[in-house]
Design a protein around this ligand. Structure first.
Ligand code: URA
Length: 219
């Protein structure tokens, strides 16, 4: 029986997310809407206890409409696989949902999102997380950690530490795959190992969090 006293949307998460993604297709809240090929809303399991949040779509993501399908995505999949995780186990999205890019040396290059772009996209991120209600969020890179954990997050100092977030009871940040792919030699190996360790820590935190009473103070 439905709860007469609650305004809670009781439809399945898949349906609610699909509706939100449809609405996002016509978003024009920032100027990235004028240059995008596709809104890259997010993909994966809407029932997932673990949500991974990156920075923003690159060229491959813009042309397919799917997050993390380029070089960074393949690398991330390899790191997830090392922890027994596939895309079916998680939901994955970005802080901004349209590609941010600029001409550099005559070529369109990805660039970090501006504060205004992040702000314009925040309602989509918030509504996504409100629907999924993850137990654990893994942020990849600073823009994601700034949006989810705290505004002055320093990835070099605070990576791998646990925080409570208003979007999930447990949040952790790690290196962005694209950053690791730019490293070489020992630095590459160390950063890759740290990302895998952070993913594994997130997996274990989900198991632990499932035993905790639900947190009704979120949002
Ligand atoms: N980098 C991101 O942060 N997100 C993507 O979807 C792809 C690359």
């Amino acid at each position: 029986m439905s709860d007469l006293f609650s305004k809670e949307d009781t439809r399945p998460k898949t349906e609610r997310l699909a509706e939100l993604a449809e609405q996002a297709k016509s978003c024009s809240a920032c100027s990235l809407s004028r240059t995008r090929a596709n809104v890259v809303f997010g993909m994966g399991n809407p029932e997932a206890p673990l949500v991974i949040i990156g920075e923003g779509p690159g060229q491959n993501e813009d042309s397919t409409g799917l997050p993390f399908v380029g070089r960074s995505g393949l690398f991330l999949d390899e790191c997830l696989k090392a922890c027994g995780i596939t895309r079916k186990h998680i939901y994955i999205c970005n802080v901004i949902r349209c590609r941010a890019c600029a001409y550099e040396a005559g070529r369109l290059q990805n660039r970090p999102p501006t504060a205004d772009e992040v702000k314009a996209c925040q309602p989509w991120l918030e509504q996504t997380l409100q629907i999924i209600q993850p137990l654990v969020i893994l942020c990849l890179g600073s823009p994601s950690a700034n949006a989810i954990i705290h505004r002055n997050f320093r990835i070099t100092q605070e990576r791998g530490a646990w925080y409570a977030s208003k979007y999930a009871p447990h949040a952790i940040a790690s290196w962005h795959p694209a950053y690791i792919l730019r490293l070489e030699g020992a630095a590459y190996n160390v950063a890759k190992e740290e990302l895998v360790n952070d993913i594994e820590a997130a997996r274990k935190r989900v198991i632990q969090a499932r035993k905790e009473p639900p947190n009704s103070t979120l949002f």
